[in-house]
Write a protein that binds this ligand. Structure first.
Ligand code: OAD
Length: 256
């Protein structure tokens, strides 16, 4: 059990986190919208958040899509357009670095649909909530890559002509089963679990944190403020694009 760290004591927390990481045979990380904030993408909750002033049900449910697919597509097309100029930041790159160090013993799990982990160079990314680069046919179910391409507000499938939808998970939908299973296995097996830039309120993804904690992993939160805080958790509070590179540096220092 790790003592709860003073939120202001970043140096002390970094030392503890580096120690926890260094001891870990297996590492897993869960990321949320905050890791992409420094790439210029809005988060969902909080100031300027994507859902602010707009009911989630209006845009991110199968019911909304059935009622008004054009509205839902306009929302997602705006987000797709925003991705064209977004570049990975130092936080994404630090996670690539961790993957290089731990190899197959490192698992990156993300709630993000922006593809920035892959753009940074992360080789294996478990996308719990799907990906905006892909579309899925509501008719023949074919999934195709349509990254960087402007789509109309009611795009149709080249193969069967049915309406396409974004290949993302909406509220009231199940997570992709095999992705979720592999994510659970990685969290069960890890000794150190990083929770980065997520408000940790959306389940089942947030349940991975409870799982890691219950199984005794060293849980490290990187966020602007405590979100997943509880006893036994190390908190690194600051922008992930700054904190994660500092953690890597600290890891190197503690290795010498
Ligand atoms: P949220 O918007 O709920 O939370 C973002 C978190 O990132 C907050 O806790 C912020 O404090 C933190 N944050 C902001 N900027 C940061 C920075 N530079 N460095 C570190 N942390 C920062 O986003 P998620 O937790 O990802 O689901 O949201 C979870 C799910 O809710 C999304 O995947 C989406 C949404 O509804 C679906 O669409 C199914």
């Amino acid at each position: 059990m790790h003592p709860v760290i003073d939120v202001g004591d970043l140096d002390g927390a970094l030392a503890q986190a580096a120690d926890g990481l260094r001891r870990a045979k297996r590492v897993a990380a869960l990321t949320g919208a905050g890791v992409s904030a420094e790439s210029g993408l809005a988060t969902f909750r909080g100031g300027g958040g994507l859902w602010e002033g707009r009911a989630v049900e209006v845009v991110a449910t199968p019911e909304a899509f059935q009622r008004n697919p054009g509205l839902v597509w306009r929302f997602y097309n705006l987000r797709r357009a925003g991705l064209r100029s977004a570049r990975p930041n130092a936080g994404h790159l630090a996670l690539v670095d961790l993957e290089k160090r731990w190899g197959e013993r490192f698992t990156l799990i993300t709630q993000n649909v922006d593809g920035l982990h892959q753009a940074a160079g992360s080789g294996r990314v478990l996308e719990l909530h799907g990906g905006l680069a892909r579309v899925r046919c509501t008719g023949c179910k074919a999934v195709t890559q349509r990254a960087g391409e402007a789509l109309p507000d009611l795009p149709s499938c080249d193969a069967c002509g049915a309406l396409l939808r974004p290949d993302v998970v909406w509220f009231h939908e199940m997570l992709p089963e095999s992705v979720w299973r592999v994510a659970c296995e990685a969290v069960e097996a890890c000794d150190c679990f990083l929770v980065i830039g997520t408000s940790a309120v959306v389940y089942p993804a947030a349940g991975l944190i409870d799982m890691a904690r219950a199984l005794g992993a060293c849980v490290i939160e990187v966020n602007l403020e405590p979100a997943a805080i509880a006893a036994g958790l190390i908190g690194l509070y600051g922008p992930s694009g700054q904190v994660l590179p500092r953690l890597i540096k600290r890891l190197d220092e503690s290795a010498t």
